[in-house]
Design a protein around this ligand. Structure first.
Ligand code: SF4
Ligand code: SF4
Length: 338
């Protein structure tokens, strides 16, 4: 008799993602088991909720995998004897709203938000997160010690719930936050989280110039953004602030702009930058058929060099690192990198 091989997925075991259209297991790009479709704040049947996870795992074997939404997902691996299904989640992704007060030309949410720019702050038009967070803790579904809470939706600047959410989570227990924001509005709670070393704060500035910023973000908020970064740089943990640079073809894809950006970050008093290749190439282009623009390699090296000169740590978004290694660097160059 052939063995019925069992599989395991860390995402399914650990991650709860609260998106605007569904509450689900992972954000892998593949839609894994869904806890709640089109959630709009209804009372949740928690036994049924828990069963989604156990049922999801029950299908992860050779015999049943064809019935699983996880079929063919690259996160699946063979199950080991020590793999146990955890009763709690250790990662909570909060991304339940779409509104934003800028309109980045590369925004992945544009399709759902139709590029609308909201100046007024308000509620998510889908559901409130605070009551859900309270219940998740009451149901002992969140790891109070090691929980990583990632908050990135539209933008926190226009979400009334942002600060109450953070306070509710702090009250109940958390490991760390990872907050992504366009940084147009100063948030005292972020300064507090930086002071107590409880968050990584990431923001995409993408340039060092007000006019270019307007073209990239479709709002005139460059000065506000820089001033807010200066305030966060005065926190007790400025090393937890990461300023991102997303390369956008024909706009900021040149060495001069890159150098000015790194100099600005250094002048502000921050020490971490992250380089990203934009979604047009990272997600929507088959790079085996249509290669990246050749000068992207020079941009990568320019980043490395200026960061080295300014003693700034350069991070590469996972997908960007993969693209650089696979499509930009030769074998010799990769060896030198190692
Ligand atoms: S196997 Fe893939 S689709 Fe399924 S839960 Fe894991 S990451 Fe999501
Ligand atoms: S800040 Fe984020 S959500 Fe807002 S437009 Fe830019 S990418 Fe989209």
């Amino acid at each position: 008799m052939t063995e019925n091989k069992q599989y395991f997925c860390e995402e399914l075991n650990n991650v709860l993602s609260c998106f605007h259209d569904r509450i689900m297991s992972c954000c892998s790009g593949q839609i894994g088991p869904v806890y709640y479709e089109n959630y709009r704040g209804e009372k949740i049947d928690w036994d049924a909720f828990r069963k989604v996870k156990t049922d999801g795992f029950a299908l992860l074997n050779d015999k049943d995998i064809h019935k699983s939404p996880c079929k063919n997902c690259f996160f699946l691996r063979e199950r080991k004897p020590e793999d146990v299904i955890s009763p709690v989640f250790t990662v909570l992704n909060i991304s339940h709203w779409l509104q934003c007060n800028c309109g980045c030309i590369y925004c992945a949410r544009m399709y759902s938000s139709h590029g609308k720019i909201s100046q007024e702050s308000g509620k998510s038009e889908f559901y409130d997160m605070v009551p859900l967070i309270k219940e998740l803790y009451q149901q002992e579904l969140l790891d109070r010690k090691n929980l990583l809470v990632s908050i990135q939706g539209g933008d926190i600047s226009v979400l009334d719930e942002f600060e109450p959410m953070v306070k509710e989570i702090l009250k109940n227990g958390v490991g760390k936050f990872d907050i992504l924001s366009n940084n147009i509005k100063y948030q005292p709670i972020i300064k507090h989280l930086l002071d107590i070393d409880k968050t990584c704060f990431r923001t995409a500035l993408d340039c060092a110039d007000r006019e270019l910023y307007k073209k990239l973000k479709r709002v005139d908020k460059f000065n506000e953004s820089v001033n807010n970064l200066k305030q966060y740089a005065k926190s007790k943990h400025p090393e937890n602030v990461v300023v991102k640079y997303i390369i956008i073809e024909h706009l900021n894809d040149n060495i001069e702009t890159i150098n000015s950006f790194i100099d600005l970050v250094s002048d502000i008093g921050l020490s971490q930058v992250e380089l990203m290749i934009d979604n047009k190439y990272a997600l929507f282009t088959n790079l085996d058929e249509k290669p990246l623009p050749a000068h992207y390699k020079d941009l990568y090296y320019a980043f490395k060099q200026r960061c080295g000169e300014k003693k700034i740590t350069l991070h590469l978004w996972t997908k960007t690192e993969h693209i650089i290694n696979k499509y930009l660097l030769s074998k010799e160059e990769k060896r030198t990198e190692e």
